[in-house]
Structures are given as C-alpha cells and as structure tokens.
Design a protein around this ligand. Structure first.
Ligand code: HEM
Length: 484
C-alpha cells in the first residue's frame, strides 16, 4: 500500500501465465471476450489484469504498455468515462494502425483509421464540434422519410413463407440507409461498391489484431487503399455538385468552426469511413437482436403490435407517432441492455491514474464492459431475462446503462441510430411476423460489436399468432439470455 492508500499496479489480481505466455491469454480474450471476462470477474473481482507480471499491448498501437486491466461495474465506468484526459481512446483498427513504421502504405491506414474514435483532448473537441451539426437532433429528424422509404423497399422484396438470414438483410438495409444519408449514394445495387468493400474491411478488423496472418494483413491494406481512393473520388465529386445535396458528407465539406476552420481532406476521409463503419453494423446488430428477442417473447411482441396498430394503424410511422410509441421505446432499450450491440470499451492511460483501489501507470490498457454492467444483478433484477416492462420502474444512471457509452466520447450517432431502429421496426413488424426457424443455432460473434453469426427466420403474414414464432433455441446465445 503506498502513501496515497492505493495498492500498486503489480498487486492487481490476475491469472498466472499459461504455457503459451501472455499471448495465449490475449488470444482467448480477443477470440471471445465475454466468457474470458466472466471468468476474470468471478475469480478476481472488479479489477483484474490479463496475466500476472504484465503483457504487451493488445489494443493500442505504439504504447509502452505495462499490462491490460479489466474494470467492471458502474463506479469504475464513471471513473473512466468522466476523465477523458487521462483515459484516452484509440483507433478502431487497433494495433495495426501503428505497426507500419517503414511502410509507405501506413499513411493510408492513418487516413482511413482516423476518425473521432482515435482523437483525444482539444483536437477531439474541435473536430467533434465540426461534425456535431450534421448529427443535431432536428437535422436527424428530417431523415425519417428516407429511412421509412428504404424500410418499405426492403420489405417489398420479401414474401410470406420465405426463409431469411435476417442478419445479412439488416446489414444490407442499414448500409443502404447509411449510403443514402451519409453520402447521398445508392449502395443497394452494385456488387462492387464502397459499402461492400467496407463490409469486408470491418470483418477483417478482429483478424488483424494480435494474430494477423500475412494474407489477412495484405487484404486489409489493399481494402484500405480502395476505401481511401473511393472516398477521395466521392469528396471531389461532392465538391462540385454539393448545391443539390443534403447528405452528411456535403455538410462536413462545408462545416466551419467559429474561427473559420474546416476539416482537411485527410480528416474528411477518416471521418466518413469511421461514420460508415461505426454506423451501420451496430445498428444492424441492434435490429437483429431485437427481432430475435421479440420472436421468443410473444407477450412483449403482442403488446408492441397492439401499440403499433393503435398508433400507426398499418401505415408507416410519422415523427409524431414515433414519439408516442412507448412500448417500442422499452422494447429497444431492453434489447440493447441484454444484448448491447457494442459489448466492451477500451482506453489507454495518458497519465498515472487510479482505478478502484489500484494505482495505474501511464500506457496501461483498460477494458470496461457495457455487457457486464448491463448484466449486473445489483442494478438489474433477473439480468439475463428480457423484460421490457422493467423500464416502467427503473431509471439507471448513464454509467449503469450505456449502450452508446457516456461522457465526452459518447456515440455521436445515437439519435440517428435510434430513429433508424424505430422506423425500421415500425414498418417491418406491421407487415410481417418473424418466426425463428425450428431448432436454430444462434451463436454470438463478438469482438467489440456483438452480432449473431446467422439469424434464420421464416417470414409469415402478420397474423398476430406470436406464440407460433417461438422455437427451441440452441447455440451460445443461451449463455447470455435466459429463455422461459
Ligand atoms: C445501435 C447503434 C449504435 C451503437 C450501439 C453505438 C455505440 C457506440 C459506442 C458505445 C460508442 C463509444 C465508444 C467508446 O466509448 O469508445 C460510439 C461512438 C461513436 N459512434 Fe456509435 N453506435 C451506434 C450507431 C452509430 C451511428 C449510426 C453512427 C454514425 C452515423 C455512429 C458513430 C459513432 C462515432 C463517430 C463515434 C465516436 C464518437 C467520439 O469518439 O467522439 N454510431 N458508438
């Protein structure tokens, strides 16, 4: 114990080194973080480390890392998220961002990997201020008609009796919305468009962390170059056609701060790539998980359908109607609590810090967990059960319920995402009943986002027979949700 009453970093409880050294533990964590973190929480408590004796960094580039620390619970979330000058965030592409010192292609990684995520301090505030107007609530509300129109196009391709991989459909659907509203581009048709490239790029991110093969690394670099080229072309096209455009990219090209400063070309490339990547997969995951949970909870689905019928009466929702859909609001809140589309957050200490009872030196990686906080039974009764009506009686703090994180780095796109999720569900659930295929295997795929590997539904006319949508669920989802 030191003079400030804190215990030293080396005293943080942790598993002893396996035969494979710290890397074996790091691989177990990166391949499936949630069970790894469950074990740490059960065996070592609220603050634990990856391994005894420290480890090299696994999430942040170019740091002299003394070790990776796991922090659980609302109090530690608050400690981390209210001190953004100490607990810095980093690029979503992880260590590869900083591992290309001698490679001329490194500049590409810097451009496509640099968005708000990787910025801290005053520079983060400056660029966030420049982007904020494009995500202002009033501005976002004007996107509803386009979101509804695209949801109607999506359901018009479906018919009763059809088998759907709903996850794939939602990826395509949210990408189409992002393409139209962020870029003013139609991403729904061509097989070779920027959206597809970004989708493959996103899938490679977990693979180019600590276990990158040369093939994956090369593929990632090559996709990064294609993204860079395509966004650059798009920006120059927009610069000459922007009078007629109303998308987010057009807004970002013209945005100026009080001093007249605008975003540079490189900054624009980074922001657009990160907005698109951060914006469409998470929303697709939220939609998939919500429809899945509703299919297994007929009472909740019945209550929601009753509300949709009485407020919208079979028509697409207006803004005013969306504001009155209270059951829909609870259904979404509860699904993002139980299966948060972003499961964990990470930070690196830019200065010596304290966390719980421990001293933390500079350069330490800190992992905190939205998922474990949302499953904390001291905050939520029966945390593994899907109970939308619990929201009638609880109002957790921003550090107890944080699907969009909290503080200076809170998701800038949350109003966009929530409008999109509500509009999409209101259109789809009035038209179809989604029945889970018999004995479906529902497995999670987690890196930072939580997505189902597949989501197999049979589409039915919306006949209100919600009991018939239920099925025996298999797969590792049963470790996360208690079905009754
Ligand atoms: C359900 C959908 C979404 C979820 C659950 C979600 C979740 C999050 C979370 C947890 C963070 C904070 C990460 C951290 O603390 O390190 C974040 C940040 C961010 N999100 Fe989202 N997000 C969603 C949709 C969107 C959309 C639609 C956009 C844009 C169109 C977007 C753009 C961003 C950006 C740019 C940041 C970085 C903010 C900053 O560092 O200042 N997100 N998001």
């Amino acid at each position: 114990m030191s003079s400030n009453g804190l215990k030293p970093f080396a005293a943080i409880p942790a598993p002893s080194l396996d035969q494979g050294g710290w890397k074996a533990n790091a691989l177990r964590f990166t391949r499936d973080p949630l069970p790894y973190m469950d074990d740490l929480l059960q065996n070592y408590g609220q603050v634990s480390a990856l391994v005894q004796g420290g480890n090299e960094g696994i999430m942040f580039p170019g740091q002299n890392c003394p070790g990776t620390v796991f922090a659980y619970g609302a109090d530690l979330n608050r400690q981390i998220l209210t001190q953004p000058d100490i607990f810095h965030s980093g690029p979503i592409i992880g260590p590869i961002y900083g591992t290309w010192q001698d490679d001329p292609r490194r500049a590409v990684l810097r451009r496509v990997g640099t968005g708000l995520f990787s910025l801290n301090g005053e520079e983060h505030q400056r660029q966030r201020r420049l982007i904020q107007p494009a995500f202002h609530r009033k501005r976002i509300d004007t996107y509803l008609d386009t979101m509804v129109q695209i949801a109607e196009q999506t359901v018009s391709r479906w018919h009763p009796g059809q088998y759907l991989d709903f996850q794939r459909e939602m990826f395509q659907h949210t990408l189409t919305i992002a393409g139209r509203l962020l870029f003013g581009q139609d991403f729904s048709a061509s097989a070779d468009h920027l959206g597809n490239i970004i989708q493959r790029w996103l899938e490679l991110i977990p693979l180019v962390s600590i276990e990158a093969s040369p093939e994956d690394t090369e593929a990632f670099l090559s996709l990064s170059e294609q993204i860079d080229d395509q966004i650059r072309d798009l920006i120059s096209w927009k610069r000459t056609h922007s009078e007629t455009q109303t998308d987010v990219l057009t807004e970002l090209i013209h945005t100026r701060d009080e001093g007249g400063d605008s975003l540079s070309e490189d900054e624009l490339i980074g922001h657009i790539n990160i907005l698109l990547t951060a914006g469409h997969e998470t929303t697709a995951n939220a939609l998939s998980w919500t429809v899945f949970l509703l299919s297994q909870h007929p009472c909740a689905m019945r209550e929601l359908y009753g509300e949709l019928q009485s407020v919208c009466g079979g028509s697409p929702p207006t803004l005013d109607q969306l504001g009155r859909l209270q059951v829909l609001d609870r259904v979404i809140k509860e699904s993002m609590r139980l299966l948060p589309p972003v499961t964990i957050g990470s930070r690196v200490t830019a200065a010596a810090a304290e966390l719980g009872d421990f001293e933390i030196p500079v350069g330490a990686e800190i992992v905190f967990s939205h998922y474990h906080t949302h499953h904390d039974q001291t905050i939520y009764e029966q945390p593994s059960r899907y109970i939308p009506d619990r929201w009638l009686n609880i109002s957790p703090t921003p550090y107890q319920y944080l699907p969009f994180s909290a503080g200076a780095k809170m998701c800038i796109g949350s109003p966009f995402a929530l409008l999109e999720i509500k509009a999409t569900l209101a259109v789809m659930l009035q038209r179809f009943r989604f029945a889970l295929q018999e004995e479906s295997q529902i497995d999670r795929f987690v890196w930072v986002p939580l997505r189902p590997a597949h989501m197999p539904f049979v589409l039915c006319e919306q006949d209100g027979n919600f009991e018939e949508s239920k099925s025996v669920v298999r797969g590792n989802i049963v470790e996360m949700v208690e079905f009754i």
